[in-house]
Design a protein around this ligand. Structure first.
Ligand code: PEP
Ligand code: MG
Length: 586
């Protein structure tokens, strides 16, 4: 058994599929003039293999996707034969005596940079194709693993060094039973997406495996305990099969709560909203009885593609969500990329500290073209439902004013064009930077609502990278500094009548529910899969204990003490209401 970090709950049992690491870190090898012919032979061999592989993939996909969708593979085959690209590779080898892989890598970089600079979407897409084909060729030149695609016809547990949110977008949830990665953190976006998809996930095995996991190994992955069993004994398998069936039984019981009013045992109403990143997640949220959407992470919409979505496309998605919610609140967050969320088609500078760097609202304020397109789409969609706009990562009044200035401009344009929109649309901010907490009294006077993003807030308060498994044990949401900052944010919001809710992962953690009650929070927005579990605890909690819990928490000097107080009030049992609950809706 190997200990990792549980990042998405549930048990998965099955065979591993190990994703090869597509990162090219090889020395700048020079070749002898006598070896040039051999090196060219290697290059042609690599091209031959790549061509066969692309043709094979194309054949596999033709039956699934149809002829039209597989044209991309023809484009890839054409690149392998493109004289300009190949002349560049051969030129580097011939003139600079560089090994074939070094020449291919340099040629890819040259063309990708060149195409990226052009203000032409078509050429930018070609840059992506070159990268893709180049990577395939490099894989053959370096003798990397042949198998790069998970099986499409049988279930597997995906094992990878690291995954990116854009890779997650392509995860085939019909066949992926669970995920194991060596690197990553519990509040990374990959973990958040895994939870939203209901796929068990364990991170942080780096340095803990005696021998690497191989494709075909039998794994048991326990996303609650954060452990992975590799080729376990029969008795362990039996034990986990039993646990798995009892978890399924609990899930079925909880489903009954979907249509049950959301309130504490002493009658205080509580909004349990959903964090979503796609329209399909919304459907699930509604099945679980979500009160609305407290956080729509729009960046995922920008990921599964090769160009920025235009205004019309965004408008259609936002409108669909607004209409589907029939007047219920939907908070749509403007683009929050950077950090661990990257777009293939947006070149960001290499940074020492990406989480402290060029990301989120900073990119939006720098790229006002992109920002205004999104705001126009949001405003137009606001005509069709209760859309509210939220800016991420605000750290000063100046930033808020600059964002609002772009919003005002978008409104002026739409008015001029006679396009309908909600002129008094509500605008709020994420509270996820300590600076925002410290000026939350000032910010509260300028916005309609706050949504506390504990994922980033904890990382910035404690100076602990949320993505880094080495310091994961220091990522402590119950640290007294965090609890005090939450208190001060909520108090300042209340002073100025500003609505406040929580949308970080802590909102969906039942251990934290007594904390929200103590702070007087009555709206939480969480990963879809957490809604019913939190509701189950809520139904057994008492709002009248609020002052009492806070009194105990205020005296705590350590996270252990805080966890102990919260543990006293947390409700883990299955609510008695379940048996009396009406049948689940939807
Ligand atoms: C947060 O930081 O708490 C948050 C909700 O935003 P994200 O996880 O997308 O950074
Ligand atoms: Mg955040």
């Amino acid at each position: 058994m190997v200990d990792g970090i549980g990042a998405s709950s549930g048990i998965a049992m099955g065979r591993a599929f190990v994703l090869p690491a597509w990162e090219w870190d090889f020395p700048e090898k020079l070749i002898d003039v006598a070896d040039l012919a051999y090196e060219f032979e290697r290059l042609y061999d690599g091209i031959r293999h790549s061509r066969n592989e692309i043709e094979q993939i194309k054949q596999e996909f033709v039956s699934v996707l149809g002829e039209e969708q597989t044209q991309i593979f023809d484009a890839h085959l054409a690149i392998l034969e493109d004289p300009i690209f190949m002349n560049e590779v051969q030129g580097i080898m011939q003139r600079q005596y560089k090994a074939a892989e070094v020449a291919v890598k340099e040629a890819i970089e040259k063309f990708v940079n060149m195409f990226d600079l052009l203000d032409d979407q078509y050429m930018k897409e070609r840059a992506l194709d070159i990268k893709d084909v180049g990577n395939r060729l490099l894989k053959h030149l370096l003798g990397a693993l042949e198998e790069t695609m998970p099986p499409k016809d049988k279930p597997y547990i995906l094992v990878a060094k690291e995954l990116s949110p854009s890779q997650m977008v392509h995860l085939d949830t019909k066949h992926a039973l669970g995920i194991v990665t060596m690197l990553g953190g519990k509040t990374s976006h990959v973990a958040i997406m895994a939870r939203a998809m209901g796929v068990p996930y364990v991170v942080g095995l780096e340095g803990k495996l005696e021998t690497p996991i191989q494709t075909g190994d039998y794994l048991i992955l326990d996303g609650d305990e954060g452990v992975v069993h590799i080729n376990p004994e029969e008795s362990v398998i039996r034990q986990y099969e039993e646990r798995q069936s009892s978890l399924i039984a609990i899930r079925e019981k909880l489903q009954k709560l979907a249509g049950f009013p959301s309130r504490t045992a002493d009658g205080q109403p509580f909004q349990l909203a959903a964090n979503i990143s796609s329209v399909s997640e919304l459907e699930q949220a509604l099945r679980y009885g979500a009160s609305g959407v407290g956080l729509f992470r729009t960046e995922i919409l920008y990921m599964d593609r090769s160009t920025f979505p235009d205004e019309e496309e965004q408008f259609r998605v936002y409108k669909q969500v607004a209409e589907r919610l029939e007047g219920r609140r939907v908070v749509i967050r403007t683009l929050d990329i950077g950090g661990d969320k990257l777009l293939d088609y947006l070149e960001l500078p290499e940074e020492e500290n990406p989480s402290l760097g060029y990301r989120s609202i900073r990119i939006s304020l720098d790229r006002k073209d992109l920002f205004k397109t999104q705001l126009r789409a949001l405003l137009r969609a606001s005509h069709y439902g209760n859309i509210q706009i939220m800016y991420p990562m605000i750290s000063s009044l100046k930033e808020l004013a600059a964002a609002n200035e772009v919003l005002a401009e978008a409104k002026r344009e739409l008015e001029w064009e006679n396009q309908p929109f909600n002129a008094s649309i509500k605008v709020g901010i994420m509270i996820e930077v300590p600076a925002a907490v410290m000026i939350s009294d000032l910010l509260a006077q300028k916005v309609d609502f706050f949504s506390i993003g504990t994922n980033d807030l904890v990382q910035y308060i404690l100076a602990v990278d949320r993505m880094n498994e080495t310091v994961a044990h220091l990522y402590d949401p119950f640290h007294p500094a965090v609890v005090r900052m939450l208190k001060s944010t909520v108090d300042n919001a209340r002073r100025f009548g500003t609505h406040v809710s929580v949308c970080g992962e802590l909102a969906g953690d039942i251990r934290a529910l007594p904390l929200w009650i103590a702070l007087g929070i009555s709206e939480l927005s969480m990963s879809v899969q957490s809604i019913l579990r939190v509701k189950n605890s809520l139904l057994q909690s008492r709002a009248s204990e609020s002052a009492l819990i806070w009194e105990e928490l205020a005296g705590c000097g350590s996270s252990e003490e805080i966890a102990q107080v919260l543990g006293k009030y947390a409700q883990h049992d299955i609510a008695r209401e379940i048996d009396a609950a009406p049948p689940a809706q939807g």
